[in-house]
Design a protein around this ligand. Structure first.
Ligand code: MG
Length: 344
């Protein structure tokens, strides 16, 4: 720790309530990095939940913080400059950068007594509720999970695997809630995606489909979008705002996650730019604690669809924050990102 202030890191092993399975694979535990920034007697919290899809690991996050230059940032009140300097000096490491951005936002909010949403000029009175994600599982277990999720306004169903129709039928046996379907790149061709989405349309009640085919195939997404009614959102195809230009006119919307964008500032910028380009905005997350989801919740007023259930999917969240147990986003006067709790 330098004379002015500094970052500290704490690894926490998050335990999903159920084994979390998507088209790419399963996870029984999820390592996350809780980060603090302390200066002038004030401590801000941040979080990095590394994304393996982009070659990030808890080890790469550890290395990032161990090699952060002493005294960084010179002026913690200027988050824009602090983040630009990081981007200029260190490629990638978006989740680790997000932890820096979140901790600085929390520290500044606590310093000024202001919630982050206010410092961004947002109106917190109209936030959409978060969906709850139902991971891939046996039809019996999917049915039980959906029955337990009756208080949610919508569900996100993971598909993109051979047993996907049995999963969707198991959901529909229990629930009439609006559904968002996430294939996680699991439909390997545009024809397979077309067949799957047309079947979903015949079943009804699906609001949108997320990342139907592997990222990087935008011509195939355009082909698909001409043939279906259901809005198609990019997740793996969208990382940060520089990607938006090529996605406009191809996708209907983008899933913006702090762990991809390098934090709150760039996520808010991306959300506003997406809307200018005619793209709808989903605000998403990884498996993460309430630090990460509460940080994202600060920009929920910019989102058409909210999917901030990461902290609801784990049984050992060390913190409590801005997303309620029924997916409601609760933005009040709590300063910074609005979390309470202690490191385990
Ligand atoms: Mg997704």
């Amino acid at each position: 720790m330098n004379r002015g202030g500094g970052f500290s890191r704490f690894e926490v092993l998050l335990r999903p309530r159920d084994v979390f399975t998507i088209a790419r694979g399963s996870r029984t535990t999820v390592p996350t990095m809780i980060v603090t920034y302390s200066r002038d007697g004030i401590t801000g919290y941040g979080e990095a939940s590394p994304i393996s899809r982009y070659d990030e690991t808890i080890g790469s996050v550890r290395t990032f913080f161990d090699t952060l230059e002493p005294g960084y940032p010179e002026d913690p009140t200027d988050i824009g400059s602090a983040m630009s300097r990081l981007d200029a000096r260190i490629p990638g490491n978006n989740a680790a950068k997000a932890a820096v951005d979140i901790a600085l936002h929390d520290w500044n909010g606590k310093r000024t007594g202001s919630p982050v949403w206010r410092s961004l000029g947002l109106d917190p009175t109209h936030c959409n509720r978060s969906s709850l994600t139902i991971g891939i599982d046996t039809p019996e277990r999917v049915g039980r999970k959906v029955a337990d999720a009756a208080s949610f306004a919508s569900l996100k169903i993971k598909m993109g695997v051979p047993e996907e129709r049995d999963i969707l039928r198991a959901v529909r046996n229990v629930s009439g809630q609006p559904l968002r379907v996430d294939a996680n790149e699991g439909w390997k061709t545009r024809e397979a995606a077309l067949e799957a989405i047309r079947w979903l349309e015949s079943e009804g009640g699906v609001e949108l489909v997320e990342q139907p085919i592997p990222a990087g195939n935008l011509a195939d997404v355009s082909w698909l979008r001409e043939r279906v009614e259901t809005p198609i959102f990019a997740d793996e195809d969208f990382i940060r705002s520089a990607d938006l230009g090529k996605l406009a006119g191809v996708y209907d919307g983008v899933n913006i996650k702090l762990m991809k964008t390098t934090g709150i500032m760039e996520a808010a910028r991306a959300a506003r730019r997406a809307k200018d380009l005619g793209l709808s905005v989903m605000l998403g997350c990884m498996i993460e604690s309430s630090v990460g989801t509460s940080a994202a919740a600060q920009i929920a007023p910019l989102a058409d669809f909210v999917d901030l259930d990461g902290s609801l999917l784990i049984e050992n969240d060390p913190f409590a924050g801005r997303v309620g147990p029924d997916g409601s986003v609760r933005l009040g006067e709590e300063p910074g990102i609005g979390v309470s709790g202690e490191l385990p």
